[in-house]
Design a binder for this molecule. Structure first.
Ligand code: GLU
Length: 318
């Protein structure tokens, strides 16, 4: 965290940071919100912040800033400021993935030691050219070209995790049973990218375990990543959290409200309106007249995950 953000976090009164009421949804649960600092917090990520914070007892923040080319200047600061304005209560200083490279390296070394990963020399173009068709999810499974060794004359560019021809599934608290045949639908997936950056899939698994996260609540756009994460947890001997994927807010045109699409940042002048809208999106309606912090406390003690719409996307509404 830069020093300005650190100071702001330190300045938040303890009474706001430390939430003491128990989550009705998941007593004892440790949850987290893990924004990538690619831009200011917009309504879509506010939903993830609200849903994750009200559905656990202890709520942690993690700034997922390892994909450095995607980081936007000042975004971490701006996200934290918005969360403060919305009176969120996190319990430890936010963790930054850019300071955890050693842990990701260790995890990769362990997997290397067990022969579960291999170096890959393929370029994107070569993978796209290979005759493997796209799956329903739009992903093109890696065809395994380097599985038995990098082709002569080629140098390794990335490291891939081996997957087996098995189905990996889990019971999502919102979406129900979700399973993927990893070999068919994903293929051996990248853990260390050709540009030397650790992949999200590895970092998220190492960090969820390190932070003691027991419940992962996030947008349904990450549902299809979860079997890969479970596969890695099993390989690394890490506990599997309980997962819940809420619908992703979409605009009138059905497109996801994301920072890349420059969705409007949360209006710092009207934080209570934004928090109420996020709770409404999650089908929880707090009593009138509460502050942001009051609404979040109310939602925590009234949280019912069964009320959240079981859909991958949902209109952001008015
Ligand atoms: N950093 C991811 C994002 O901002 C979220 C990752 C996660 O919750 O697992 O979309």
């Amino acid at each position: 965290m830069d020093s300005a953000a650190a100071e702001r976090v330190a300045a938040i009164p303890l009474t706001i940071r430390m939430s003491d009421n128990e989550s009705k949804g998941n007593p004892g649960a440790v949850g987290r919100f893990a924004p990538s600092p690619t831009g200011p917090l917009h309504f879509g990520s506010l939903i993830a912040a609200v849903a994750s914070s009200v559905s656990c007892d202890k709520w942690l923040l993690r700034i997922e800033d390892i994909d450095t080319p995607r980081n936007a200047a000042g975004a971490t600061d701006s996200i934290l400021k918005t969360l403060e304005r919305c009176e969120f209560a996190w319990q430890r200083p936010p963790m930054r993935q850019s300071q955890r490279l050693e842990a990701y390296r260790d995890a990769l070394e362990r997997l290397k030691g067990e022969g579960l990963v291999y170096p890959c020399g393929c370029t994107r173009a070569e993978i796209a050219d290979s005759a493997v068709s796209q799956t329903n999810s739009g992903e093109r499974p890696y065809p395994g070209l380097c599985r038995d060794g990098v082709k002569p004359g080629r140098s390794p560019r990335s490291w891939r995790m081996r997957v087996d021809p098995v189905e990996v599934g889990f019971d999502d608290q919102i979406q129900g049973r979700y399973a993927q045949h990893l070999a068919r639908e994903v293929g051996d997936f990248v853990l260390l990218r050709a540009d030397g950056i650790f992949a999200y899939q590895l970092a998220v698994v190492v960090d969820d375990a390190f932070q003691g996260v027991t419940h992962v609540m996030r947008g349904a756009d990450l549902l299809a990543s979860t079997p890969r994460q479970i596969w890695l947890q099993r390989a690394l001997g890490l506990p599997e959290p309980v997962y819940a994927h809420h619908p992703v807010a979409v605009g009138e045109d059905g497109a996801k409200l994301s920072k890349q699409h420059l969705a409007e940042p949360v209006d710092l002048m009207e934080p209570a309106l934004a928090v109420r809208r996020a709770l409404r999106f999650l089908n929880h309606e707090p009593p009138e007249g509460l502050t942001c912090g009051g609404m979040l406390q109310w939602a925590k003690s009234h949280w019912d995950v069964g009320r959240v719409t079981k859909a991958r996307t949902l209109s952001a509404g008015a």
